[in-house]
Design a protein around this ligand. Sequence first.
Ligand code: UGA
Length: 468
Amino acid sequence: MRIAVVGSGYVGLVTGACFADLGHEVVLVDIDEKRLEALRTGKVPIHENFLPELLARHLGKRIKFSGDLQAATRASEAIFIAVGTPPTESGDADMSYVESVAREISGAIDDYKVVVEKSTVPVYTNEWIRTIITRNGADPEMFDIASNPEFLREGTAVTDFLYPDRIVVGVDNERAAEVMRKVYGPLTSGWYYGRGDALPRPDRAQVPPRLIITSAKSAELIKHASNAFLAMKISFINAVASICETVGANVQQVCDGIGTDSRIGPRFLNPGIGYGGSCFPKDLLAFRAVAKEGGYDFRLLEEVIRINEEQRRRFLKKVRSVLWTLRGKRLGVLGLAFKGGTDDIRESPAILLVEELLREGCRICAYDPAAMEHAKEALPEGVEFAPDPYQAAKGADAVLILTEWEEFAILDLEKLRGVVRYPIVLDGRNLYDPAAMITHGFSYYSVGRPPALCEETPAGRSGKKERA
Ligand code: UGA
């Protein structure tokens, strides 16, 4: 099929590259000429597993980059809108980019096309897109609108796309449904998975995925409701972690105990310093605004947001209670991205914590495997950046783990013990077994678990085991 994807941001690029890998002819459209030029020369502007491989595989063959939206629309059967919908001050999503794309598309609808919303949008957007396209002169019989929310996680977006749990398509008639079945046919028929050059299948993936066809409005709600539910799960376990801390229980054991109930499930039950990123914080605000507009006060979401913010404050309090005063203390910070596997620092709890620690007078030396470039732009001058975790921890009064990067879970603890000033680790992501940390001579504080305490002798001398 010939497909246009509008917007070469994170969602658009992944979607375009994956469609090309499914055998479609893709034109990726953007208004940013500089970005297009970089993409044409093979530069990949975001950190995403497998994306460079897919773009290189299809560049100039099944994937082209263009600034001409009208030409791309004319040439395509389906036009996917994947432009940004940033939050306004009131929390509503700003739909002006979507609107301007809809306006421009309208002049190029010369035979039947399906215009697909891929951006995360509030309910009723499909109706607005239809209205705008018709208002600008397109024949209403010549196009339909579909809502096809994405459930991609940063870092694993490419494999999430190609091995999804489900594909949700919201359409209001059979003609549009047929086009969308064709778009995803290579996945739903299993054809892609039988190919020798298919990307490796993630452990949990069930293939082929189910195609769920709903009304356009239901599909729009599915996206917001999914993200809100996942964020709620995280805030729930963070609240339970706080209770564990007060009663001396272990949240990891509680997670095992509740997560094995198949109705609850173990995923997205990892306690920590709260969720961040470009999706959950924004989508929760947008979903709450949508509910409010319809006359429903979705206070549960407010509580989810409040617990999330509280979680960061609790961690900061923990740092304070371990180090007593913060002014002048040197902290080795491991992790700046909002989660492991990405260079994205948007709404990153790690960045927010570092800012707070700087305000309290700490000296920070940070390391992140991918997000340091972005962090350098975002953080004030004076923050040091190290080329590896051990240099970040060198001479530190305490080491803070703030992002769940896999490489932080397998640190050489002997080496770490040898470089810090005091063997104190505050882990905001529960990456270590407390007993193992004591064995390596560290006092270890994590989230929702009793602290594991060691005699905090300076580096070079071994700590005596006290209690776990
Ligand atoms: C999220 C959803 O998981 C995707 O399904 C959705 O498509 C995407 O938003 C979107 O709307 O575009 P993403 O923001 O990439 O994906 O990241 P997640 O893996 O969901 O993590 C979000 C945040 O929650 C991170 O800060 C992570 O550290 C935190 N988290 C996640 C926890 O604190 N505990 C967990 O158990 C899981």
